[in-house]
Design a protein around this ligand. Structure first.
Ligand code: ADP
Ligand code: ZN
Ligand code: ZN
Length: 818
C-alpha cells in the first residue's frame, strides 16, 4: 500500500514536522529519510521525510512535494532513530537535527528572477510617450522596457548589470510592476561514469572462459585497481566503448555516476605508515577490544594512555578487526588538523584493501563534503575519519566508533542542535550494537568516573612507547621573571633561552598561546573605558595585519580608534598578547629562525592546514606558534621544547570546569614534546604556580588531579554527580528578555528543590551577545530524567505563553556556561 502523505522535517527553529502530499508520480520514491524539495511559506526548502502517513491533519491546506532529491533515501533508518534521540535529549527541533546530519545541498542552485507583471508592459511603454506614468524615474522605465524585450524575465544580478539599484527594484515591486521569484534548479553535476566488475559470469552455464580482453578488464577492475572511471578504463584496457557497453548488458560489469574526484591528495603522496610491532601494553589493550568484538554487542571502553603511548596504533588495529568482521568503522577526532594525520594513516592502511576511507570535516568545500558523504552513503567508503558532525556519517552496519581525545570541548556543538559528539557517538554505538572506544591521556571527569564505576571498561597504556620518558615539565614563575628582568615580553628569559637552544641544536619548538589576534583588549588610559563590540558585551580584539578590531563572538569589525570613543583622549592602548603578537615578537627575538603561526586566522582551508603542518613535520620550520589546536594529538618527532605562554588565562574563566580544562590543556601540550628519540622539555609560564591544576600537570599525575577535582565536584553538586542544563532567555529588546525570563521563572520556581536545583534568573556572564540581552537559569539534578521532564515542560510552557521558541535557548550538558 502506498501512503499519500508524509511528514517532513524542515530546517526551521520549530519543534514540529510539516505534512505534505506525495503526488502520484512520486509515490514509492518518497521514503523515510528521503530529502525532498517542498514549498514552505513563500520559499522552496529542502527537508527530510520523517514518515509516511495515511492521513493529513484536517482543516489545513496541504501542499505537494515538488521533488525528491535522492533515489536512495539520504538517511538510513538508524540515523532517523538517532535524530529523534538527539532532538529529544537536547530539546532541539528535529529539522535542525537533520540539517546537522546532512551535507550541504550542492545539487540545487537557487536563482532569483525578476518577472514583469501584467501591469508592467504598460508602464514600460510610457517612456516613449515622454510622460512617465506611475512616478517612475527614467532608469526605472528603461529597465522595464529592457525587461519587456527579454520576454518579461531576467535573472536578478548586480545593480550595475541591471541598470537599476535595489531600492528601485523594491519600488517597482511595491507598485506591482515586477515580481521577484525564487527559482530552484538542478545544477549540472560534474559527474563521471564509474565501471566496476560484477562477475555474474558464474551464472552462465556452462561458464565460458573469458576472452583475452575481458580477462584484462576483470584483472584491472577486480584485483589491480578497483572500480574505474570509464575513460580511464578504456585507456588502460585498450578496449572500445562498445565492448564495455556489451559487457554491461551481459551484466559482467556494473556502473554508476559519481562526482568527479579532485586530483590525488598531495598530503598522501610518498607516505608510508610506520609499521610497529605492538608492545605488551598495546597488545593487551587490543586483546580486550577483540574480546568485546567477540561478544558482538554494545559496550564502551576507555583507552587511557599517556601521551605518546601509541594509542593510534591500537585504533588502527581495532579498525582493521572491525573491517575484517564485515563491519564499518567511524573515527572521530577533535580537530580538523588531526583528520589529516589519522586520515592519512587510515587511507594507507585501508584505502586499497577495503574499498576506501572518507574524511569529513568543515574545512572541506561543499562539493568535497557532499562527495565524501555520498561515498559513505553508497557503501564505497567503509571507514570514516572526521570531526564532530561525522558522528552522523551515513555508515551502515557500524561495528566500531572511536572517539579520540574524548575530553575535548570541540566535540560539543555550540549552536542548535547543541549535541556532544562523544555522547551521541555512544548512543549511536548502542543503537548499532557496536563498540564505542574512547581514547585520552586526560579523560574527562565524566568519562573517568564512569570507568571507575564499572560502566565503561578501562584499558590502560601507562608508559610511552619504546621506553621513552615523558617530557620534563618546568614552571616559569612570571612574578619572579618580571622582578628580575623588568620586561613585559610574553617570552620569559627562560623560554627565550630554551628556544635559542633548540635553534642551536636544530630541533623544533612549539609555542602556545590561547588567544588569536594581536591584542585582545583596547583600553583608554585616561578614562579606563575599553572598546567593546557594538553587539556583544565583549572587548574587541586587535588584528594588526588586517588593521582592524574584530569581535570573536559575532564577527563585527571596527576601525582602530585614534582617540578614546568615550572621552576623546588620545591615550588609547592595546594590551593582552594574542598569537599574532607572539609571532611578531618571536620574529624579532630570533631573526634567523623559520617561524610560522597556526590558528584560525592562518588556517581556514584544508590546504592551508596541510601546508603548514606538512612544513613543520617535514622540518621546513623551526618554531610553530599557535592556539590550542596545536596542543592536541599531533605526533611531531623533532619537537624538544614546548612553551606555554600563559597557563593562567584558562584558569581564570568563570566556569566550574576551569581547573579541569587547564590541567588537560597543559598535560596535552606536554605530550607534544619528546615524542621521537630526543628528550622533551616543557616550560609553563604562569602567575599562579601554586594552583593544583598546574601542580598536577607538572607532575603529569592524572589520578591525583582526578581525585581532588572529583571531591570538589561532589561538594558542589556538579557533573559527574548531577545532570546540568543551561537555559538562556534572550532578545534584542531588553524589556522582552526580562519579561520572558520572569515568566519562565514563574514556571520553574515551584519545581525548585524538588529533585532539581534552579539557579537564576541571573544576568548571563556574556550579558549581551549578537545584539541580544541574555538571562540565565542553571538547572542541576542528580536525576537526568527529572531534568529532561522539567525542560520539556518549560518548552510547552513557553509555547502556551507565546514566548518565541528562538528566545529560549536550552543547552543540555553545557561545556560552556557563558
Ligand atoms: P598517542 O596518541 O598515544 O599520544 P601515538 O599513537 O601518536 O601516541 O604514537 C606515538 C608514536 O609512537 C608514533 O610516532 C608512533 O608511530 C609510535 N609508536 C606507536 N606504537 C609503537 C610501538 N609499538 N613501538 C614503537 N613505536 C610506536
Ligand atoms: Zn577614555
Ligand atoms: Zn560581537
Amino acid at each position: 500500500m502506498t501512503l499519500p502523505f508524509c511528514n517532513v522535517a524542515l530546517p526551521v527553529p520549530l519543534r514540529t514536522t510539516f505534512t505534505y502530499a506525495v503526488p502520484e508520480s512520486l509515490q514509492g520514491t518518497v521514503q523515510p529519510g528521503s530529502r525532498v524539495l517542498v514549498p514552505f511559506r513563500k520559499k522552496a526548502m529542502v527537508g527530510v521525510v520523517v514518515e509516511l502517513t495515511e492521513s493529513a491533519p484536517p482543516e489545513t491546506k496541504i501542499r505537494e512535494i515538488s521533488r525528491v532529491l535522492d533515489f536512495v533515501p539520504a538517511l538510513p533508518p538508524k540515523l532517523i532513530e538517532l535524530a529523534h534521540w538527539v532532538a529529544g535529549y537536547y530539546l532541539a527541533p528535529i529539522g535542525e537535527v537533520f540539517r546537522a546530519m546532512l551535507p550541504p545541498v550542492t545539487e540545487l542552485k537557487s536563482q532569483r528572477q525578476i518577472v514583469l507583471t501584467e501591469a508592467g508592459p504598460e508602464a514600460a511603454g510610457s517612456l516613449s510617450g515622454g510622460e512617465l506614468s506611475h512616478g517612475l524615474t527614467v532608469e526605472e522605465a528603461a529597465f522595464l522596457e529592457k525587461l519587456k524585450e527579454k520576454k518579461g524575465t531576467m535573472l536578478l544580478g548586480p545593480a550595475a548589470k541591471l541598470g537599476v539599484d535595489a531600492a528601485s527594484l523594491q519600488r517597482l515591486q511595491r507598485r506591482g510592476l515586477i515580481e521577484v521569484r525564487e527559482n530552484i534548479q538542478t545544477k549540472k553535476r560534474k559527474t563521471q561514469r564509474v565501471i566496476a566488475w560484477k562477475g555474474s559470469l558464474v551464472h552462465s552455464e556452462p561458464a565460458k572462459p573469458l576472452a583475452v580482453r575481458e580477462e584484462k578488464i576483470r584483472t584491472l577492475l577486480e584485483t589491480q585497481r578497483g572500480p574505474l572511471p570509464v575513460a580511464q578504463l578504456l585507456k588502460l584496457a585498450n578496449v572500445t566503448r562498445s565492448m564495455i557497453d556489451r559487457m554491461l548488458r551481459d551484466e559482467m560489469l556494473e556502473s554508476w555516476e559519481e562526482p568527479i574526484d579532485p586530483a590525488e591528495d598531495p598530503f598522501d603522496v610518498g607516505y608510508s605508515p610506520p609499521a610497529h610491532e605492538l608492545n605488551a601494553e598495546q597488545e593487551s589493550a587490543l586483546k580486550a577490544i577483540r574480546a568485546r568484538f567477540e561478544l558482538g554487542e554494545f559496550g564502551v571502553q576507555l583507552l587511557h594512555g599517556v601521551t605518546g603511548s601509541g594509542k593510534t596504533e591500537v585504533y588502527l588495529r581495532a579498525v582493521q578487526e572491525t573491517l575484517a568482521r564485515g563491519k564499518t568503522a567511524l573515527v572521530l577526532v577533535p580537530e580538523i588538523a588531526l583528520t589529516l594525520w589519522i586520515g592519512r594513516q587510515c587511507r594507507s592502511w585501508f584505502g586499497a584493501k577495503f574499498e576506501g576511507v572518507a574524511v569529513l570535516h568543515s574545512a572541506l568545500s561543499d562539493v568535497e563534503r557532499a562527495r565524501e558523504w555520498r561515498r559513505v552513503r553508497n557503501g564505497e567508503a567503509r571507514v570514516v575519519v572526521g570531526t564532530r558532525s561525522a558522528v552522523f556519517a551515513p555508515l551502515e552496519n557500524v561495528g566500531l566508533i572511536i572517539i579520540d581525545e574524548e575530553q575535548e570541548n570541540s566535540f560539543k556543538q555550540e549552536e542548535t542542535p547543541r549535541y556532544h559528539g562523544r555522547d551521541v557517538a555512544i548512543v549511536r554505538a548502542k543503537m548499532e550494537g557496536a563498540l564505542a572506544l574512547l581514547g585520552s591521556a586526560t579523560p574527562s571527569m565524566e568519562t573517568y568516573h564512569h570507568a571507575r564505576e564499572g560502566k565503561y571498561e578501562l584499558l590502560m597504556l601507562a608508559s610511552r612507547v619504546a621506553e621513552r620518558s615523558l617530557a620534563s615539565v618546568e614552571i616559569v614563575n612570571l612574578r619572579e621573571d618580571f622582578q628580575q628582568t623588568h620586561k613585559t615580553s610574553p617570552i620569559s628569559a627562560t623560554l627565550h633561552a630554551g628556544i635559542q637552544e633548540c635553534l642551536a641544536n636544530g630541533t623544533q619548538a612549539l609555542v602556545l598561546i590561547n588567544r588569536r589576534g594581536y591584542s585582545w583588549s583596547v583600553l583608554c588610559r585616561s578614562c579606563g573605558a575599553s572598546v567593546q563590540c557594538v553587539n556583544c558585551s565583549i572587548s574587541m580584539t586587535h588584528h594588526k595585519q588586517r588593521n582592524r578590531l574584530e569581535c570573536h563572538y559575532c564577527g563585527s569589525i571596527q576601525q582602530i580608534p585614534k582617540v578614546c570613543p568615550k572621552c576623546q583622549s588620545k591615550y588609547v592602548y592595546f594590551f593582552g598578547e594574542g598569537s599574532e603578537h607572539l609571532e611578531e615578537r618571536l620574529r624579532k627575538e630570533f631573526p634567523g629562525a623559520r617561524i610560522a603561526r597556526l590558528d584560525r586566522d592562518t588556517a581556514r582551508t584544508k590546504r592551508q592546514y596541510q601546508e603548514m603542518l606538512g612544513a613543520f613535520a617535514g622540518g621546513a620550520l623551526d618554531v610553530l606558534v599557535g592556539t590550542q589546536m596545536l596542543a592536541k594529538g599531533h605526533d611531531f618527532q623533532r619537537v624538544t621544547l614546548v612553551g606555554v605562554v600563559s597557563a593562567d588565562s584558562s584558569l581564570s574563566m568563570p566556569d566550574f570546569r576551569a581547573a579541569e580544562r587547564t590541567f588537560q590543556l597543559l598535560t596535552q601540550v606536554a605530550g607534544r614534546a619528546g615524542r621521537g628519540d630526543l628528550k622533551g622539555r616543557v616550560l609553563i609560564q604562569t602567575f599562579y604556580p601554586e594552583h593544583y591544576a598546574i601542580q598536577d600537570a607538572v607532575k603529569q599525575d592524572y589520578s591525583a588531579f582526578f581525585e581532588r577535582e572529583l571531591h570538589f565536584r561532589r561538594m558542589m553538586a556538579y557533573p559527574p554527580f548531577t545532570a546540568l542544563a543551561n537555559v538562556i532567555v534572550r532578545d534584542t529588546n531588553l524589556e522582552k528578555a526580562i519579561r520572558w525570563s520572569r515568566q519562565l521563572s514563574e514556571y520553574f520556581s515551584p519545581h525548585d528543590d524538588k529533585g532539581v536545583r534552579i539557579l537564576g534568573p541571573a544576568t548571563a556572564p556574556l550579558a549581551r551577545l549578537k545584539k541580544e540581552h541574555r538571562f540565565q537559569f542553571l538547572l542541576k539534578s542528580p536525576k537526568r530524567s527529572v531534568l529532561t521532564k522539567l525542560l520539556g515542560g518549560a518548552m510547552a510552557y513557553c509555547e502556551a505563553k507565546d514566548i518565541p521558541e528562538t528566545a529560549v535557548l536550552v543547552d543540555v550538558d553545557p561545556v560552556n556556561l557563558l
